[in-house]
Design a binder for this molecule. Sequence first.
Ligand code: USQ
Length: 385
Amino acid sequence: MKILILGIDGYLGWPLALKMGSKGHEVIGIDNLSTRKFSEEVGSDSAFPLPSPSDRVKEAKKILGINIDFYVKDANDMEFLKETIRKHKPDVIVHFAEQRSAPYSMKDYNHAQYTLDNNLGTTLKLIYAVNEIDPSIHILKMGTMGEYGTPSLDIPESPFVEANINNKKDKIIFPRWGGSIYHWSKIFDTDLLLYFNQIFGLTVTDIMQGPVYGTRTTEITEEGLRTRFDFDETWGTVVNRFCVEAVLGLPLTPYGKGGQTRGFISLEDSMEALRTLIENPPKTGEYRLVHQFAEIYSVNKIAEVVKNAAESLGMSTEIKHVDNPRIEAEEHYYNPEIKILPSLGFKPKKNLKDEVKIILEDLIPYKSRLERYKDSIMPKTKWKK
Ligand code: USQ
């Protein structure tokens, strides 16, 4: 298959390029390198130094023998996007080219506005470009489990539910309630995809994924192939952040009560799930919503797992609850359905406990590099000023 990845330079984009290339698929990618720039903006950097795009491509060729076409361009540039689709004629376009941080989107008006402009702008351009050039191209879009918020209802793996209001029945969209402007941008993306699936008959997989953790995939076998790894308060996600806190001897920081519960997935399992969805597309003209996570944990449980793993490696670690900078439920019901990936034969192979140990071992040699960015770790971005 020919796969075009929008956002190929990111935490998920790069390992997906390596995975799909290693499986014999043709990989083309676009990235404007914005996450590199934004991480610098908040005084941080990837835990592992990142090669330049051209060096990444060379390493992939040298170590894995794969060819990747990497364009340092903006997927939010309609003319370039159309030119690339026309030139390469992909079977599937993976859309990761979005600002993916909740705290970044909540810093101030400018960051909120950028998040909405960039994320919705790119999705809308992709929809119109695909419709104009070849509406049968499969759009595989990264959404988030955070589109639902934390309702006191089971979360069905389907965009629609049957509602009964005043004895009248109709199909309605299952309620969503984002926990940040970033999460709202993904809700609006879903609305656009649902609408244009009905109008243009586009073929769409809309993935609701939980937070991803980890440093490794089957293909990341050498330093030159590593993907970025963020840990600062803006770009780092909870498991990866706790691992860096442990390595630096800082307390682990559950926000508030720490009962916030999410569906987590390792980097390797996320890549395998994506491969499964790419290789098993929906029927032409179908909109398919997929839940993508492996294990459900609370933030408190994650802190405990990281503490135990760090102690088994000889580090002394404490857990210190800090004031929650976000506005979110700190204790809640959480029961999302998951049936589509298992029905396609996908089974997660990794678990949090084992992976956390590997993350810690991978980070230890970079301790002095991490020290340089220590000031970016404690939460500063408050939802309500
Ligand atoms: N949290 C802590 N302590 C920390 C960091 C986070 O308690 O030091 C808590 C947060 O308050 C939140 C939970 O951990 O309740 C998850 O936060 P996170 O920063 O790991 O993840 P989030 O901001 O929700 O966003 C991340 C990715 C995003 C993806 C989302 C999936 O950045 O791109 O869409 O995970 S989900 O969480 O299911 O919406």
